[in-house]
Structure formats: structure tokens, C-alpha cells
Design a protein around this ligand. Structure first.
Ligand code: NAI
Ligand code: MG
Length: 497
């Protein structure tokens, strides 16, 4: 561990906070308090204690931020040469790397995840800026052949002001996978981080300013979904909304957008299966399924929250997975355990509710099943990594997103039944396929209704790989070159010559 990280950890455990945390909205290049002067508190899930305050915004702040982003779009950012936009984004990547240790510690405190996970999220944010920096000057149109008497071409224009509503599970990386392509395309952005995890978004806005991003191009507003998110997504000057979060809120966002005919990208929940065929490599697959569900304490939209497994290997597999699960270390994120805290009391209650009800229905708990605390301090919001075994296809723990460290196991009697079970929910975000037979794998990849398929490695892919859902998991794709589309409009120009 480096000295900067050690110093920050020492400061936090000695004082219960960190000096110099941002606390105001970030509007027009400056930090400013809420118009009402009101503030909210953010909690460290590893201790359940408040460690910072931030602005509790409302519609007046939304108005100021959208006006600023609209001015910055019209007068400035869309006129900046694409190559120069790319240079600024490249410097943003460097700025994130230069501030990575502090960003990761703050992310851990705000969210509860382990420091190593937060460091991974920050690395991926830097990589996203780097990737889209290189795309800024490659958004080319086409010429359309209409014969000798016409010249017809298309160009890609930025859509304008874009709103980004961010959840609390991956605050930095989710924000950046939306704003990096938006900025590369020439759009301006107004970001609303989750009220549970507002701090790194504010820090990123400062890093972008220091990288040379003009004032107003990236504004960040903090506060609740009702007070800030709702007026932001209902604003007529917002021309695209990128939302990541729950299905219910996503539906409300889409309804608000419909009134202004504003386009939306919705990254919603999931109930993604890891499909385990009898001929898989069990040693590798046990470790893979473990992290597919338990990384980030299961608070991952694309988590492998179901294991669909052929009967012949079921007993051995679950036994080995349960043994491995029992050995996982958990605790305060800054002590860098394998598993961190649950991000909020509300989320912990939701997880515990699902598991308690499953137990009372008689579902077999192979391991875990209860709330717990950080053994070092006796506090914190924690839930034991849990495996619910041999669950029926219509059980709520198979059908509904729990968003916690809870794996539901479903037994299949054939590869055909495995496919049926895999597709048997209202979601369609991701699926893992485990088999040594590439033909079987590719057939399942063809037939599973999901936005991403991982063969023999869950979460395989990078910032280059498009990501998004089908069915209730939403629509639109982020990451990769696909991720630029939402922020560009095609214009065709045709002249008779
Ligand atoms: P949520 O969808 O309500 O919150 C996500 C973001 O939307 C937050 O920034 C929130 O302030 C904002 N928001 C809330 N109401 C809004 C509105 N009317 N207009 C605009 N923005 C609004 O999710 P919440 O309550 O934090 O979590 C509930 C469940 O949602 C979780 O248990 C989990 O199942 C799911 N979820 C899924 C995520 C994913 O990655 N797909 C991320 C977070 C939650
Ligand atoms: Mg917090």
C-alpha cells in the first residue's frame, strides 16, 4: 500500500472524516451551496456513521445547472475542435490516475466496497476517458450515392445537453461510462450522483476542470432523486438522459422524457444466470461464480445472481462453492477485505427481507443467510455471502433482483432445460456460459436473451465491449463505440448540383 493511501486511511480512522472533501454542487466551474442552503449527510457503510455533508439541491439548482450546460453547449463545447476535445479527455484520464488513491479511498468510504474494488473502478474510469479521447476525432459521416446530379452526405452532431442519473453501486465508473462518450461527441453534461454516494462525482468535476474542460461543460448536482433527479429529467433543454438504477425509477424517467420527446438510455436491473453445463471446468468455474455474485457484495446490475446447473454436477459444485464462500473475508472497505459492506441500511433491509422470506418458505440455505457486522468494530452494514439451493423457477428469489450477496441455484436436467431456465425471468442483462464444448456455448449464446454473454469467464470484456440490457433490463448500449451513438444525431444534407 502506498504512503498516500496509508495517510488517508490513518486520517480517516483518527478523525472520522477526511479534510478537503467537496461539499457544494459543481456548477459553471465552481463549487456552490444549494440555493436553499440545505445540506444532507453521507454515511460510511463500514461503520454506519456520517462522515461528510453535501448540498441538498432542488429545482432551482437544476435550473442553474441546465442553463449553464446549455450556454456551454451553444457557445463553446460544440465549437471546440474534436482533436482538442480528445486532448482534454486524455488529460482527464491522466488527472484521474494522478488522483486515483484519494478517489478510491473516498469511493470506499461513500459506498462501503473494498479498497481494491474501488481502485479497480477508478482505473476503469481513467481507461474510459482514454478510450473515448481517441474517439472524439473519429465520428465520421458518410456520402450517399444518389447519382451525378446530387451530393448527399451525413454528419454526426452532438445532441446537446445530456443528463446522467447515477446509482450508488459503482458511482465513478457508471458516471464516466456516460459522460466520457457524451463529452467526446461534443455534448455537455449535468450529472446527478446518488444521494448515498455523491462525493467522487464532485471530485471528478474538479479533475475535469483542471484538465481544461471549459466551465459549464460538466455540472454536478447533488441531492435526492425526487428533489433533483425528477426536475432534471423533466427539463425540456435536456436532449438525452442516461439512467442507471431500478426498473421503477427507470420507468418514471422514461415517462418524464416522453413529455419532451427526449431520448433515453436505460440500464436497469438484472437476474443474470451463470449456466453451468456438466462438461465445464469445475475448478475454474467455482472461483468464477464466486466473484460473479459476491464482488461488490452482489450490488452489481450484471451480477451472476443465479446459478443454473446440470443435475449431474450440482451437488459437488454447490458443496465446493459453499466451502469457498465460507472462507471469504469481509469487513470495513479500508481494511481491504475480500467483501465490503452493503451500501445503505435500506439496501441491507431489502436483502435481509428476501432471504428471511425464502427461509420461511423452506428454501435451503447452503451457506450464509444472515445480517452481520464487521468483526473488528462490531458495526457496519453487512450481509453474509449466501447461497440458496435448488430454488424453483417461479420463486421470488429467482424472479426478482435482490441486489446483494445472494446466489439462487436452479437445477436443470438437460442443456435445453438450462436454456429455458436461463431465459425464464423478466430481465435480460447478462449470462455466463460454462462448458468445454464451444459449439454448445455458441448455441446458448445465440439463444439466451441478454445484452451480454460471457463464455467461460464472467464479466469478460472491457470498456471496448458494448454493455446494456434487453427486456426489463432496459435498452441502449454503453461502452465501446456503440456507447457514442446515444450522444450523436445523424444529419443528412442533400444538394442538387
Ligand atoms: P433508484 O433507481 O431509485 O436510484 C438510482 C438513481 O436515480 C439515484 O441517483 C436516485 O437519486 C435517482 N432517482 C430516484 N428517483 C428519481 C426520479 N423520480 N427521477 C430521476 N432520478 C431519480 O434506485 P435505489 O432506490 O437506489 O435502489 C433500489 C433498487 O434498484 C436496488 O435495490 C437495486 O435492485 C436497483 N438498482 C439497480 C442498479 C443497477 O445498476 N442497475 C443500481 C442501483 C439500484
Ligand atoms: Mg455514503
Amino acid at each position: 500500500m502506498s504512503s498516500i493511501t496509508e495517510q488517508l486511511i490513518g486520517e480517516y480512522f483518527a478523525t472520522g472524516t477526511l479534510a478537503g472533501l467537496p461539499s457544494g454542487h459543481f456548477i459553471d466551474g465552481k463549487s456552490r451551496p444549494a440555493a436553499t442552503g440545505r445540506t444532507m449527510e453521507t454515511f460510511d457503510p463500514g461503520t454506519t456513521k456520517v462522515f461528510a455533508q453535501f448540498a441538498a439541491g432542488d429545482a432551482e439548482d437544476v435550473e442553474a445547472a441546465v442553463a449553464s450546460s446549455d450556454r456551454a453547449f451553444r457557445d463553446c463545447w460544440r465549437k471546440v475542435a474534436p482533436a482538442e476535445r480528445g486532448r482534454i479527455l486524455q488529460r482527464a484520464a491522466e488527472g484521474i490516475r494522478a488522483n486515483a488513491e484519494r478517489l478510491a479511498v473516498v469511493e470506499t468510504l461513500d459506498n462501503g466496497k473494498s479498497l481494491a474494488e474501488a481502485q479497480g473502478d477508478i482505473r476503469s474510469a481513467a481507461r474510459l476517458f482514454e478510450y473515448y479521447a481517441g474517439a472524439a476525432d473519429k465520428l465520421q459521416g458518410e456520402t450517399i450515392p444518389l447519382g451525378m446530379d446530387y451530393l448527399s452526405y451525413t454528419s454526426l452532431e452532438p445532441v446537446g445537453v445530456t443528463a446522467h442519473i447515477i446509482p450508488w453501486n459503482y458511482p465513478t465508473s457508471t458516471m464516466v461510462r456516460g459522460i466520457a462518450p457524451a463529452l467526446a461527441a461534443g455534448c455537455t453534461v449535468v450529472v446527478k450522483p446518488a444521494e448515498q454516494t455523491p462525493l467522487t462525482a464532485l471530485m471528478l468535476a474538479e479533475i475535469l476542470r483542471d484538465a481544461g474542460l471549459p466551465d459549464g461543460v460538466c455540472n454536478v448536482l447533488t441531492g435526492t432523486g425526487t428533489a433533483v433527479g425528477a426536475p432534471l429529467v423533466a427539463h425540456a433543454k435536456v436532449r438525452h438522459i442516461t439512467f442507471t438504477g431500478s426498473v421503477n425509477t427507470g420507468s418514471l424517467v422514461m415517462q418524464a422524457a416522453a413529455r419532451n420527446i427526449t431520448s433515453v438510455t436505460l440500464e436497469l436491473g438484472g437476474k443474470s444466470p451463470a449456466v453451468m453445463l456438466a462438461d465445464c471446468d469445475i475448478d475454474a468455474a467455482v472461483e468464477d461464480v464466486l466473484w460473479a455474485i459476491f464482488s461488490n457484495s452482489g450490488q452489481t446490475c450484471s451480477a451472476g445472481s443465479r446459478l443454473v446447473i446440470e443435475r449431474s454436477i450440482h451437488a459437488e459444485f454447490v458443496e465446493r462453492l459453499a466451502a469457498r464462500t465460507r472462507k471469504l473475508s469481509f469487513g470495513h472497505g479500508l481494511r481491504n477485505p475480500e467483501i465490503g459492506a452493503i451500501s445503505s441500511q435500506e439496501q441491507l433491509n431489502k436483502i435481509a427481507g428476501y432471504v428471511d422470506e425464502a427461509k420461511s418458505r423452506g428454501v435451503r440455505v447452503a451457506v450464509g443467510g444472515s445480517r452481520t457486522v464487521d468483526q473488528a468494530s462490531g458495526s457496519g452494514w453487512f450481509f453474509q455471502p449466501t447461497i440458496l439451493d435448488d430454488v424453483g423457477p417461479l420463486d421470488v428469489v429467482v424472479q426478482e433482483e435482490i441486489f446483494g450477496p445472494v446466489l439462487s441455484v436452479q437445477i436443470a436436467d438437460s442443456a435445453e432445460q438450462a436454456l429455458e431456465l436461463a431465459n425464464g425471468t423478466a430481465f435480460g442483462l447478462a449470462a455466463g456460459i460454462y462448458t468445454r464444448d464451444i459449439k454448445k456455448a455458441l448455441r446458448l449464446a445465440r439463444d439466451i436473451d441478454a445484452g451480454q454473454i460471457y463464455i467461460n469467464e464472467y464479466y469478460a470484456g472491457g470498456v471496448e465491449t458494448p454493455f446494456g440490457g434487453n427486456k426489463l433490463s432496459g435498452f441502449g448500449r454503453e461502452k465501446g463505440l456503440e456507447g457514442l451513438r446515444a450522444y450523436c444525431r445523424v444529419k443528412s444534407v442533400t444538394a442538387r448540383i
